[in-house]
Design a protein around this ligand. Structure first.
Ligand code: ADE
Length: 231
């Protein structure tokens, strides 16, 4: 999978792409990330990419020209799925991460300033928000998308595809986990996890997932299949 990112701040991605699972996925050619600084495509002699809003108002607006020229310079851009990140988009989710992970080529545009010139939207297929809050720019949102998409791709995490048990994969939050020591300052690991009875462990984990989801996320609990039949 290839992901091209249109950004004014490519350095923001450095640590993210050079550490841990992302770095390994890139090294193993499971994902290829290209950072494109679209300021370099500005026609303006000062390399400006923003301007005052027609009609007045506070803040600056991202211009269409540099974005269009940067986008159309990308090989295969016509066939790629083109995504803008913005607080006005559809809210990102685990399901969306799975769906997007099957694409061969994604292009992600990171906005800045007060907003996008509305005509930029004509060149993109999809607008995604990572939540109901406003960031100073789209870079963190793009990293969230790239991270969540990459980790569900085959062979990125490990061979048994441990992400299939993640929170949200079945509209349930994950059950509690424990590791050594068996006892810490009087707090003990639940007995059921120590006796090696797999059916009992599975049942305990499922019950814990249900309980936790019901307590913390009523919205997910209602969506979980079977959840409706449980009080
Ligand atoms: N840019 C600024 N805020 C954002 C958000 N919440 N999601 C995606 N992109 C953004």
């Amino acid at each position: 999978m290839r992901i091209d990112v249109l950004t004014l701040f490519p350095n923001m991605f450095k640590g993210f792409l050079e550490e841990s699972i992302m770095a390994r996925a890139i090294k193993n050619s499971l994902v290829e990330i290209n950072l494109i600084d679209f300021r370099e495509f500005s026609n303006n002699k000062h390399h400006k990419v923003d301007d005052y809003p027609f009609g007045g108002g506070a803040g600056m607006v991202l211009q269409v020209q540099p974005v269009y020229d940067a986008l159309t310079s990308i090989e295969g851009y016509k066939e790629a799925l083109k995504i803008m990140v913005s607080p006005q988009g559809e809210t990102f989710s685990q399901n969306k991460a799975y769906e997007l992970s099957t694409n061969k080529h994604l292009i992600i545009l990171c906005g800045h300033y007060e907003g996008y010139d509305e005509r930029i939207r004509d060149y993109f297929d999809l607008e995604i928000s990572i939540g109901d809050y406003v960031l100073t720019g789209g870079e963190l949102a793009a990293m969230v998308l790239i991270d969540a998409i990459t980790r569900v791709k085959p062979n990125v995490i490990n061979k048994d595809e441990s992400h299939l048990n993640d929170s949200f994969s079945d509209n349930l939050l994950e059950h509690p986990h424990y590791t050594r020591p068996r006892e810490f300052m009087g707090k003990e690991v639940p007995e059921v996890l120590l006796n090696g009875h797999h059916a009992h462990i599975e049942k305990w984990r499922y019950d814990q997932s249900l309980k936790r989801t019901k307590e913390r996320r009523k919205d997910l609990y209602k969506k979980h299949k079977g959840g409706k039949n449980l009080e």
